[in-house]
Design a protein around this ligand. Structure first.
Ligand SMILES: [Zn+2]
Length: 163
């Protein structure tokens, strides 16, 4: 049985207590940007309910063009106004060698990636860079409430990073 098969079974249990449909627009008018890391249980860690917030995730929770695209849609079409950026301790992107990674993909496929995935060394510094990247993006109409945090994967605690 694959992991996916287990999840399909879990869903059949989930629907038994599913609370029902929620409105399309996030109730808290909030977007969270964070890493894809499997240890971030965003709903439990932040007390979220279904329908509360948009969550945009990628490797590192980095502010890529795709993240800005999704955030622009979130704010302009679905009414969100606040942004919470959450990086985390022990991230797989810490010290990541972007140049070597892209060279390997190009060598394996013959196709040069049209994107990069820069790693970072200082998590708090990276939070500041991410907050700054959102605050300076003119595609995003609401930039007065953009705050950054570090989630501690060992303790489950978030700490705000002063920008
Ligand atoms: Zn991560």
């Amino acid at each position: 049985m694959s992991a996916t098969d287990h999840l399909i079974h879990a869903n059949s249990v989930y629907v038994e207590t599913f609370p029902g449909a929620r409105p399309l627009r996030p109730k808290l008018a909030l977007t969270i940007i964070e890493c894809m890391d499997s240890r971030l249980d965003t709903f439990a860690a932040l007390g979220l309910q279904i329908g509360d917030a948009h969550i945009i995730r990628n490797a590192g929770g980095l502010i890529t063009d795709d993240v800005l695209r999704s955030l622009a849609l979130s704010q302009r079409y679905l009414g969100t106004r606040e942004v919470m950026i959450m990086h985390h301790t022990n991230c797989g992107m810490t010290g990541f060698d972007d140049v070597a990674f892209r060279a390997q993909l190009a060598a394996d496929s013959g196709v040069e990636p049209g994107w990069d995935v820069p790693g970072f060394t200082d998590i708090e510094d990276q939070v500041r860079k991410s907050v700054s990247a959102v605050r300076s993006c003119g595609w995003i109409p609401h930039r007065d409430e953009v705050r950054g945090f570090v989630f501690d994967v060992a303790a489950g605690r978030i700490t705000e990073v002063t920008v």
